[in-house]
Design a protein. Sequence first.
Length: 464
Amino acid sequence: MTNTYRNLIRFSTLLQYKTLFPISIFLLAISLSIILLRGESSRLQTVHALHEMTGALPADWPFEPLVHKNLNMLEGTTDTVLSIVEIVKRGDSLSRIFKRHGISRHDLANLLASNKKSKQLRYLKPMQKITLKVKNGHLVRLQIQLTSLNSAIFNLTESGDYTFLQETLTPQVQLAAVRTTINRSLYLDGKSIGLSDKTLMQLTSIFAWDIDFSQDIRAGDTFSLIYEVLLHEGGMLREGRILAAEFTNRGQTIRAILNIDDLGHESYFSGNGNAMHKAFLRNPVHFSRISSKFDLNRKHPVLNKIRAHKGVDYAAPSGTEIKSTADGKISFLGTKGGYGNTIEIEHGGKYSTLYAHLSKFSKRLKIGALVKQGEVIGEVGQSGLATGPHLHYEFRINGLHINPLTVKLPQARSIEPRYLRQFKNQSTLLGNMLTSMSKSSVIKTSDKLQPANHREILDLYQEK
């Protein structure tokens, strides 16, 4: 019984071995076949890629192509230099711009530390144009536009530092002329004929001593301009200087001609040689409106009782720049009762001015500091007793309050005798142009001006 049982066990084991062994061999063969097929496929892909790279080699080339073992043959080279153009947005910094394009933070630190001129990169301005050259995530060149004519360029060197180069364009200068009638506002009508904000600000600055642009402008007033246009490679860079201007306000025509002295100082004079620049500006705030005039019997809007209003109120948005109306010295800077934040300026001898309800003062100001005419001294606000944002402006002569809108300002000086002959030549040429423009109904009159006159005028001014 025992021998029989042992024989059965042996037979069963042998039968199991003979059945499973062929199956195992079969499965092993299939696995090896799959591995070999995958290897062949990979080899064929590599050979195909190598063929693309070396197909131009002669058939008898004696060497195998040397390929780095970690090179992905299907992705190609990574040495491409990318060119990126960025227009700076409000709140942008160089760090944010680098992060947006995946540029190394180490490059940023190296750029800012390698050159003293790179300090200007810390203070970007909205609408500045920045061109970046990037290779493998690293900065190799940065160009930033400082003005329409000037750019700063930083190039990567072999040592890993960045060198500085300033590029200045030499523009072609042409003359342009425009004339228009004011129907809506000086700003809107000026923009409608293609004038930039900068040129409109130039225009108001030229006539600021004779015209109060906050209250004197009327529908039907006209102005004409002859100004420079700066071009480069056929494209316009920007508008340049106003060479001559004529403004007709309430039927009175005022003309201004640019003169440049031997030191390069630019000044505007009337046709007979009197300076447009006078001792005081008529208006301390650009493009504002008068909300309350000089009135010794005015009812105060906050106190609700009769209280003399010894100045003029100019309504303007909070933050609008306030300018000193004349050269002078700060005599008071601080808070002054119902005036709120206040500045008082003495203008030598008998004249003084006061600016009240400011939201902030210019940082550099202090009592005793000297200021220039047109210098920004603070910003419009509504500090003190004020119902809304505005500037309260007072004008005093020997301590007596005078209406700023009607006071007769000190006489302008005349042009120096040594410049008079040259100025008369400029005045005659430009004056004749302005006269011909005033007889034309054409808005843009550049094509009406004689090319010979263009060249003659430009030669007179470009000698400077």
